[in-house]
Design a protein around this ligand. Structure first.
Ligand SMILES: Nc1nc2c(ncn2[C@@H]2O[C@H](COP(=O)(O)OP(=O)(O)OP(=O)(O)O)[C@@H](O)[C@H]2O)c(=O)[nH]1
Ligand SMILES: [Mg+2]
Length: 376
């Protein structure tokens, strides 16, 4: 998400290669675009000396690509929560997201309205966006609070629980409500702000980093907002060139290899990307934004359940078939339930990679391969 014209659809297309409309004017996107992108993580196959036959994901060169549903939404402008621009419609599209990537035009050539403006301070856009989302959440939580107060007259449940029931669609729990209530009452902006940080954590992508103005603004964006430098346009160009067999390119890497005949125009575009983006920032940053959101901001890890630890395979011989994204702190028994309620209910214990017995409370680590033992 982000303000109009910041490069959201370009970023989305670079990740998914779904053909969406991209243009240099605001509100190009109206209806959200849906697609599948891939978080990437080192696959245990390398260390195990195994050859994978993945089912729910892909493995290329020892890197596992795990599918993630992503959404490209309409641009947000100041006043969106009151219906300005494409307004509430856009905000409601955010309900289903676990995390947000704010695609920010770091060059300062587009203001928060999505209009061209030289020397606009992109840091202001971050504030605009956060407060719009806070206001939107406040509207929802204030309504939910009023409703909860009415219900509490007939049901003898604590208000926090009733409110959590009302806000469960946003992924909010009773614990979250209690934490937010320390900041303000449920009709206050601080309450909404705490809930936003919990339910919709935001990663800032400093986009258009190929432009010199963005490079000038980047240092401050990084130190104040942990922004990640990215050029959606460069990533899209590299992926398109790779699709047409002109180059070999692994998304997220700092290099590419020319493999096909290039026109002068293509050659200079690729040289520009190499010099201005890859050599300066280490990658185009697009894959890194997705990975940072999933693994650092949302705190997910990847685990690989198998049925046979000797072969690292499922019952049908597929080696390391499924990569599961789970929150840090997930236990073996919780993983069993995530895979299937039958596996959870008949859970007996498990085996670790080094074939040691592990129990229900074993806390999974990133890259773990585990065998789950069930009652037959
Ligand atoms: N230089 C540069 N331009 C970019 C980059 N990413 C996107 N653009 C350009 O920015 C303009 C807007 O791109 P879109 O992807 O349509 O932006 P959007 O945020 O989806 O816009 P709306 O749907 O109108 O909200 C287009 O002219 C893109 O080519 C980038 O990394 N670098
Ligand atoms: Mg768009």
């Amino acid at each position: 998400m982000g303000c109009p014209n910041s490069g959201k659809s370009t970023f989305f297309k670079a990740l998914t290669l779904v053909n969406v409309e991209i243009a240099s004017y605001p509100f190009t996107t109206i209806q959200p675009n849906q697609g599948v992108a891939f978080a990437s993580s080192e696959c245990p196959c390398k260390k195990l000396g195994a050859i994978c036959s993945p089912k729910n994901s892909r493995c290329e060169g020892g890197i596992r690509y795990i599918p993630i549903r992503i959404l490209d939404v309409a641009g947000l402008v100041p006043g969106a929560h009151e219906g300005k621009g494409l307004g509430n419609q856009f905000l409601n599209d955010l309900t289903q997201a676990s995390g947000l990537i704010h695609v920010l035009d770091a060059s300062g050539k587009t203001n928060a309205e999505g209009r061209p403006e030289n020397g606009w301070d992109p840091e202001k856009t971050i504030g605009v966006l956060e407060s719009e989302i806070d206001e939107w959440i406040r509207d929802i939580s204030a309504k939910a609070f009023q409703k909860s107060k009415i219900i509490s007259k007939t049901q003898k449940k604590p208000i926090e629980r009733l409110l959590a029931d009302q806000l469960s669609g946003l992924g909010i729990t009773e614990e979250h409500i209690k934490k937010a209530m320390k900041a303000s009452d449920p009709e206050g902006l601080e309450f909404a702000s705490v809930l936003r940080k919990i339910s919709k954590p935001i990663l800032t992508a400093a986009n258009k980093i190929d432009l010199p103005e963005a490079q000038e603004n980047f240092h401050s964006l990084k130190s104040k907002f942990h922004a990640i430098p990215c050029s959606a346009e460069a990533e899209l160009a590299l992926k398109e060139a790779a699709k047409h067999s002109l180059i070999n390119y692994v998304p997220g890497s700092r290099n590419f290899e020319v493999t096909g005949p290039l026109s002068d125009k293509q050659k200079s575009a690729l040289d520009f990307i190499r010099r201005n983006v890859l050599e300066k920032f280490g990658s185009t940053g697009v894959q890194s934004c997705l990975n940072t959101l999933i693994f650092d901001v949302l705190g997910m890890i990847v685990v690989y359940p198998v049925a046979d630890m000797n072969k690292h395979s499922d019952q049908h011989g597929h080696v390391l078939p499924d990569a599961h994204l789970v929150p840090k702190g997930t236990t073996l028994k919780e993983l069993a339930f995530r895979i299937h309620s039958d596996i959870g209910e008949n859970f007996l214990g498990g085996l670790s990679q080094d074939r040691k017995k592990i129990g229900a409370e074993y806390e999974l680590k990133d890259g773990d391969v585990v065998e789950i033992l069930v009652r037959r």
